[in-house]
Design a protein around this ligand. Structure first.
Ligand code: MN
Length: 252
């Protein structure tokens, strides 16, 4: 029976984590190890300047989980370093409440946990819901996570690879299918918001409207916006191979 490590960046109490853990139990043994608070947009971190505490807790359905004051990537690192003794076959991170499309993957704690899995030598899968307002279709995303995880357990992933999965926020019947995509281009609409604290000193927020994106065929942004589950294969080798020769020529 496969052993699946489940984590997230929204925190151990997030409904998406519970939906993911419950779905993946249909495939094997699930160990949940997630941060004790929200680490969304915290990127890929490794906590080295303070100790990490780990507690046993229960999810809302009474099932056991581990939690820590560390980051999502710390959860995976701690598991890899022996805190979870049973061998792990795949790491699945999510279900994130908001999408992780295009450049989002560099900010995302959800994706960072899957990257940490790739670094640890395990296949990693990040799952995010392209959520709108109101009731969220967790079951749709959990179903997609089960399908993709089953395929990864069956076929494996090359070393250093991970899958970034984004699911449209519709019912399972409304999903139009799966698309294998490349990263698209996010358009951030951040604005600087300046406020004044009670002692008269300025402080700042990065505020603004949610990001949009450039609609280009073949991208993750295009797939989810048309009602498809997007699967983007990512790799930890971030080398821009097309520039290798140019820069060698600069130096010649
Ligand atoms: Mn999040």
């Amino acid at each position: 029976m496969p052993h699946i490590l489940v984590t997230n960046d929204d925190g151990v109490e997030a409904p998406g984590l519970l939906a993911l853990a419950q779905g993946l139990r249909s495939l094997g043994q699930v160990t949940v190890f997630a941060p004790n608070h929200n680490w969304s947009v915290a990127g890929h971190s490794k906590t080295m300047h303070k100790p990490l505490r780990v507690w046993s807790v229960a999810l809302e359905d009474g099932s056991p989980a581990l939690t820590t004051d560390g980051a999502p990537s710390d959860c995976v690192a701690l598991a890899a370093l022996g805190l979870v003794p049973q061998p792990i076959d795949v790491v699945v991170s999510g279900i994130n409440t908001t999408p992780n499309l295009g450049f989002d993957v560099t900010y995302s704690g959800t994706v960072a946990a899957a990257m940490e899995a790739a670094i640890s030598g395990w296949p990693g899968i990040a799952v995010s819901l392209d959520s709108g307002e109101g009731e969220r279709n967790w079951a749709t995303a959990a179903g997609a996570a089960v399908t993709v995880t089953r395929l990864v357990l069956e076929h494996g992933l090359n070393a250093g690879s991970l899958l970034n999965v984004n699911v449209p926020d519709v019912t399972s019947e409304q999903v139009r299918g799966y698309r294998v995509t490349r990263l698209g281009q996010r358009v951030y609409r951040d604005v600087l918001i300046e406020r004044t604290d009670p002692r008269g000193a300025p402080y700042y927020w990065i505020g603004g409207e949610p990001p949009t994106g450039i609609q280009e065929e073949g991208t993750d942004l295009d797939a989810v916006s048309h009602g498809y589950v997007s699967i983007t294969p990512l790799h930890m080798d971030m080398t821009q191979h097309r520039l290798l020769d140019s820069i060698r020529r600069w130096l010649a």
